[in-house]
Design a protein around this ligand. Structure first.
Ligand code: FAD
Length: 106
């Protein structure tokens, strides 16, 4: 099986990058695509315990697809839930676009 840490870093990069390039006002088609992608992703992710927990998170916390910032915030909180589970520091979600879209100001 793939290395869970390396897989995780690569996958978070992909997911936050998708959020960063998601439209600010997505069409109905784009919203449906994101919904389909994320639910399929949660079933195919090749770390089964991770996938199981992530499916549970998605069932509890309704994923918004109506705008870039709503989805990006949700994804940041989902990532923080994993950070907490693993005993890692949480990330300040007000800074998600700075980290993944616009780049740090300093
Ligand atoms: P990562 O957590 O991979 O983060 C990469 C970078 O993202 C960080 O360096 C930081 O710059 C940024 N970042 C950190 N937090 C946030 C945030 N909240 N929002 C935005 N950006 C942020 N591992 C397990 O052992 N058990 C699991 O159950 C598990 N579940 C996972 C579920 C999913 C859906 C994914 C994608 C990964 C999962 N992982 C799991 C892997 C785990 O989350 C980490 O990717 C892995 O431990 C490597 O961690 P890291 O410290 O290198 O940073």
């Amino acid at each position: 099986p793939p290395d869970v840490e390396q897989l995780g870093r690569s996958t978070w990069t992909l997911l936050h990058s998708i959020a960063a390039t998601y439209p600010t006002t997505p069409s109905a088609r784009e919203q449906a695509d994101l919904q389909t992608f994320m639910s399929t992703f949660s079933r195919l992710y090749p770390c089964w315990v991770c996938a199981d927990d992530f499916q549970g998170y998605m069932a509890r916390e309704k994923m918004p697809v109506g705008s870039r910032d709503a989805f990006g915030q949700w994804l940041c909180e989902a990532h923080n839930a994993v950070n907490v589970k693993l005993g890692k520091q949480t990330f300040d979600c007000s800074k998600w676009q700075e980290r993944w879209r616009t780049g740090w100001k300093d």
